[in-house]
Design a protein around this ligand. Structure first.
Ligand code: ARG
Length: 460
């Protein structure tokens, strides 16, 4: 036999190249903590069910506690010769307590072990992701509350469309992040299933108690099918998918921050602490953080596509391909949490140039819908009103006169029903304020959204 934990049926060992290529310890040591937790739950169960003697179970449990202490003290050293975190831990346990360590793997396989570790890993990180989104949402709501009456152009096709409240804009993102939270919460439900006890794929003849280990590890339930338990990675695909959607939201927000910090827009100015300079151009202040978050959305999308592609054609049950499932997930956790934190800090410290925003809604004909609506309320069919206003805009673009600059006499020539009150409606602030329809940008509606959001965050 060769000197590997599974070496009995082998006559010759793999080369260094092959061993290195097959190993995962370089990255799965990220789950060292979870691997020990899983083993502790397993051995407690082996003792409680009488599968191991109380004495053996106790020795193993003590040994695992020692490994936990050493892990926290940074005293555990892993070796590529032991392939992955599971076999490294068993080797370290053997060094600690001797051959009795070999009893730990009774009624267990690395297949349910790795699945358990990976579920536990994500189960611990998901609340941190959710907390980071909650924090960003709180910043958005606070900024929205300060900007209910801050008027700015609303865009479609990147062209001035209708004036809006900056608070309405911010609350739109609040809602997107709310759905992100809900998606991650659903992800928690799917991750809170224990694969432990599925063994290699078929379960075991030992009288194990899967519910006991599940409870010990904080899982809500157990996988109902042993083959599903060791083959399932959809909890991870779901996480990457949720993360990709989250990053898409962040990236869109970044795109706007970047535009708005430009000379042409000038709506926002980022704090120095969230900006960077140029090594050659002394005047520069760049929105690097926003660009970097936007850039990292590509990386997270890549991890999603990678895992989907890896899993796509895998037959049941475990296949070594699945060792490729971890790095993308680890990297995604380490990408999205800081992205959320940086975004929250960047928005929190940015200065809003309210005058510049309001000024951008003047002379831009974004009150054209107001005039068309006004004519419609006077009984002119909307289609016809649209045409009339379109012609006025065309004329105004040539003469440089805005809709509010057209004299009343001229308006009354178009239709005698037009009165002095038309000028009131043409003000952009009025156009925003009056949009009382549910979810609209009217001040009352924005305030209502903010109130509901504050309520929601308090309850969360
Ligand atoms: N290192 C492996 C992984 O990450 C652990 C499971 C190995 N199981 C096996 N039967 N080779 O997937």
């Amino acid at each position: 036999p060769i000197k590997r934990m599974w070496g009995g049926r082998f006559e010759s060992a793999g080369s260094d190249l092959v061993n290195h290529f097959g190993a995962s310890i370089q990255f799965d040591q990220e789950m060292a903590e979870e691997d020990l937790e899983g083993s502790l739950a397993h051995v407690k169960m082996l003792g409680a069910t009488g599968i191991l003697s109380p004495d053996d179970a106790d020795k193993i449990e003590q040994g695992l506690h020692t490994l936990q202490k050493k892990l926290h003290a940074g005293e555990l050293h892993f070796s590529i010769d032991n392939e992955d975190i599971h076999m490294n831990m068993e080797a370290l346990l053997t060094a600690e307590i001797g051959p009795v360590a070999g009893k730990l793997h009774t009624a267990r396989s690395r297949n349910d072990q790795v699945a358990t570790d990976f579920h536990l890993y994500l189960l611990k990180r998901l609340p941190k992701v959710i907390a980071a989104i909650r924090h960003l949402q709180a910043v958005l709501v606070a900024k929205a509350a300060n900007n209910v009456e801050t008027i700015m152009p609303g865009y479609t096709h990147m062209q001035h469309a209708q004036p809006i409240s900056y608070g309405q804009y911010l609350m739109a993102y609040f809602q997107m992040f709310q759905r992100d939270v809900e998606r991650f919460e659903f992800n928690v439900k799917h991750t809170s299933l224990s694969p432990l006890g599925a063994a290699a794929l078929a379960g075991t003849t030992f009288p194990i108690d899967r519910s006991m280990t599940a409870k010990e590890l904080g899982f809500a339930d157990i996988y109902a099918n042993s083959m599903d338990a060791v083959s399932d990675r959809d909890f991870a695909m779901e996480f990457l998918s949720n993360a990709s959607i989250l990053m898409t939201h962040l990236s869109r927000l970044c795109e706007e921050v970047i535009y708005w910090c430009s000379y042409e827009f000038g709506y926002l100015s980022l704090a120095d602490s969230y900006s960077t300079g140029s090594s050659i151009m002394p005047q520069k202040k760049n929105p690097d953080m926003a660009e970097l978050i936007r850039g990292k959305s590509g990386r997270v999308n890549g991890h999603l596509i990678a895992l989907l592609t890896t899993m796509k054609s895998l037959p049941l049950a475990y296949n070594k391909d699945m060792q490729e499932d971890k790095e993308g997930v680890f990297d995604t956790v380490k990408t999205i949490i800081p992205s959320l934190k940086v975004m929250a800090g960047m928005l929190d410290t940015a200065t809003v140039n309210k005058e510049r925003m309001a000024q951008a809604t003047q002379h831009d004909f974004s009150n054209a819908t107001e005039l068309a609506d006004y004519l419609a309320t006077k009984g002119i069919p909307f289609r016809q009103a649209h045409e009339i206003v379109g012609e006025l805009v065309l004329k105004g673009l040539k003469t440089g006169v805005g809709l509010a600059g057209i004299p009343l006499a001229e308006y009354q020539q178009i239709d005698p029903r037009i009165g002095e009150d038309v000028y009131h409606d043409l003000q952009s602030e009025v156009a925003v304020e009056r949009r009382h329809s549910a979810g609209g940008t009217g001040f009352d509606q924005v305030k209502l959204q903010i109130k509901q959001a504050q309520h929601l965050l308090k309850a969360a």
